[in-house]
Design a protein around this ligand. Sequence first.
Ligand code: IMP
Length: 422
Amino acid sequence: MKVDVLLGLQWGDEGKGKIVDVLTPQYDIIARFQGGPNAGHTLIFDGKKHVLHTIPSGVFREGTQNVVGNGVVIDPVIFKREITQLLEAGVDPRPNLYISRRAHLIAPTHRLLDAASEQAKGKAKIGSTLKGIGPTYMDKTGRNGLRVGDLTSGKFEERYQALRTKHLGLLAQYPDFEYDLESVEAEWLAAAKELGQLQLIDTEHFLNEALDSGKRVLAEGAQGTMLDIDFGTYPFVTSSNTIAAGACNGLGVGPGRIGEVIGIFKAYCTRVGSGPFPTELLDETGEALREAGGEYGATTGRPRRCGWLDLVQLRYACRVNGVTQLAMMKADVLSGFDAIPVCHAYEHAGATTANLPFGIEPDEVTPTYSDHKGWQEDLTGVTTVEGLPVSLHDYIAMVEKEMKIPVKVVSVGPDRAQTIQR
Ligand code: IMP
C-alpha cells in the first residue's frame, strides 16, 4: 500500500483538519508529519467544534490509529491539554495514539527564545505563533535537541539541564526581554513525564509494516506550502518542510511509497502573520471576506489577511508537491459577489509570468486579474454536485484547466456534512 498525503497549498488554514476527518473512514492510520502546536486544525460535527494542534485529525473516528511522526515537534503541556479536552468531549485518544520516539520536544525555554527573538526583530518580526517552533527545529538541526525517546532513556534530566543552560545563555543576549521560567517549568516537567507514559514507538517501523500488511495510511500536513522552510516566502515561513516531501522524512517512508497527494486550497486566499501576499485586499472587500469566512486564527485568534485566489501561487504549490487531486474549501464564502477577480499571472521584471519568482514582495510582482462570474446563492445547504450554481461549476472548471488537476472535493461550510465529493 501507499501513503496518501494531504496538505495545504496556500499559507495554512485551508481546512485540512476538516478534510482529514471527512476522509478518515477510508484510512486505517492518520499520521502527522511536521509542525507542532503552531497548527490549529478545526473539526465541526454534530454541532460541536474541536480544535486540534498536535494530535492527528483522525481521533474522532473509532478504530483509526493516529501517529505523531518524527517530523513533529511536541509541547508536552499543550499535548496534555489536547488530551484533556478530548476526554471532556467523550473521546479517549490514548489507546490509538502512537508517538515517534524521534519527535523533538518543545521546552519552555524554546518558547521564551521564540518570544525574545520576535521582540528583538521589532517590525521585521515573522509573526510567529510563539509556540517555540523555530528554536526547537533550530536545536534539531543544530544537534542539541531533546527527543521524545529521551523521556524514557534515563538521561532525560541530564539532557534537559544541558539544553536549559544553553538556552539561558542565549536568553542573556536579549537584555530587554523579561521572563519567568520557574512559573512554567514545573508544569512542563510534569507534563513531559506524562507524555513519557503514552505509547512511544518507532513510528518508521510501525508505518512501513502497516503498509506491508495492506493498511491504508493518510499523512496529515500542517501549515501550508507558502510557509515551507525551502519553498515558502522565506524568511516569513515556519521552520519545517510542509510540502509532500516532508511526509517522507517526517514519517520515515520512501518516496516510492507516496500515493495520492491531496492539495487543499481555499476558493480565495488568507495569510496570518507577516510576509508577502500578492493578492491581499487591504480594503473593505478584504474585511468582508474576513467576516464572511470567520478568518481568525484557530491557534492565536489573530485576524487573517484576506485576498483573491492566486493561480500563480497555486500552480507553484501544485508543482512542488506533485499534487494529484484538489479539494476546494470555503466556496460558500464567495457567495454574493457579482464578479470574482482571480490572479492568473504576475508582472515581474518587465514581463508577464505564470511561474512564481524568487521574490514576491509588492515591489517585485504585480498580480494581473481576470473577472469570473460570481454566484448569489447560499451554498451552505447544498449537498450534491448538481445543486451547485453554474458559475461555481465554471470557477472550478477554470481552476482544473489551469492546474490540470481534478477538484475532487468542494466544501461549502465548516461542518463535516457540508462536503461535496465530485
Ligand atoms: P511559527 O511556525 O509559529 O514559527 O510561525 C511562522 C509563520 O507561520 C507565522 O507567520 C505564522 O503565522 C505562520 N503559521 C504557523 N503555523 C500556522 C498555521 O497552522 N496556520 C497558518 N499560519 C501558520
